[in-house]
Write a new protein. Sequence first.
Length: 538
Amino acid sequence: MQELLCRIKAYIQPFERQLALMELESVAGAVPLPVPGLLYEPIVYSVRTSQSLDYLADTLTYWETVGPAAATNGRYTRQIRREATVNVVRNGISPARLQALLPFDGKAIPIPNRRVLRYGTHGVHEYRGKFFPQLARALLNIAGVRRDDVVLDPMCGSGTTPVEAALLGCIAFGVDVNPLSVLMSRAKCDILRVSPDLLLSEYERLKTDVLSPRLANDTLPWFEHLPDRDRIYLSSWFSPRVLADLDPIAVSVHAVRDPACRDLFRLCLSNILRSVSWQKGADLRVRKEIRADANIDALAEFTSELDRTMRTVLAFLFEERTLEPGPVQIIEGDARTLATAYLSLLELEGAVTAVVTSPPYATALPYLDTDRLSLCYLGLLPRSDHRHRDNEMIGNREITESRRRIYWSYYQQQRAELPCAVTAVIDRIHTLNESQQVGFRRRNLPALLSRYFLDMRQVFHNIVLLLKPGGHAYVVIGNNHTIAGGQRVDIETARLLGLIGQSVGLKLEQTIPMEMLVSRDIFKKNAVASETILCFRK
């Protein structure tokens, strides 16, 4: 047993401080005690623990240093070192210089003085609804996961939970119905197993290839291999010159030999498609704004994105040369049928130690439409299948009149499966909208909400089946509101999902309200003001 002093990050928010103390207690196996100081909020905590200093420094998330009680300065945590790699890659630093500066052993560390969300592969590709990696890691620590424990995210989105679970040495599973999310999650996890030397050589080869002068060619081999309907659709969103500029890039990316590097480069290509198309700016809706070719340079956009991504990922890999990530499996599938469709394949029933997920909000975002250009151009999902796949997605908000009637009829049959508080909100919105002439979106909302909550009930049911006894499930979700019959109606999604989780056998141990970080990505106008962490246990 030894006494260790742990210094908390100075810039974290109140809810993060709460998580920091919870994770330190879980990792150390003892309650941390504040060390008196000059500041109103303590920044140093002592803990008496049988765990080693090395283990705490390697594992903790929201802590800057860990050291013996008698030491003047503590050791920087592994998390701080990972985040510091982002400070190293600024100003267009060359890979050779990165390699000389990293790892930090014995060298000055540019300690972050503000929150860093895009270290390692977390900075790859924009994604709406992304939740930040420190939260996922801290929750896994609070759940007490250890190397080789099984972690699941049944709606894994951009892959935040699988990446952090792999970095902790866990066996990670991610599931998503969106093929771009599957590619994103898989690529961000797989590249962690690639040596930085291999990634650097594949990057240099690709960049040389795309920048090499090419003879004029009337054919577009990449574009022409796509289905007819996709080519017609893409031609309505990209100018002929841009399609011609993109084609050799796509051909070169497809020719990359290493699969993990190839998928990472596919994401670099995917991430520029919106900006070189006629899609209107940061608008999530399908809106066109035709721009002159002179204002679009696809090659410059791609090489800039490729360079930025490589600097960030290479810096992380150079710092983490001894990393042994846990195995990851990312599946294109449906969280509602996870237990029945994949149990025999994955043998996960009663085997999952922790679930950490951020599900779609109720009718909040047009998820598949946001990614439609990438889905078509990368050949991930033919345009002809988009509507069907969109209808399958939890939280979908685009339905026909006939499907609205089907959803509402199903709700009437299954309403007893939902807690009364949930049906009360749905019925109130339905009654208020029935009393007035409203547009199709508001008319559709009660049916869509009923589908959403019934879907989420099935997801929770699967989580119960997959969790081991005593296992933890953390659900990060935001609230919503609507106007019905001229009145504002709050849709307290967090509270209602808490009730649904309890109705299928989970114990709601705690709810942690959290202020949302100010988003810096292209979808910041669509960010939700606040979210809640629902902390369940089986």
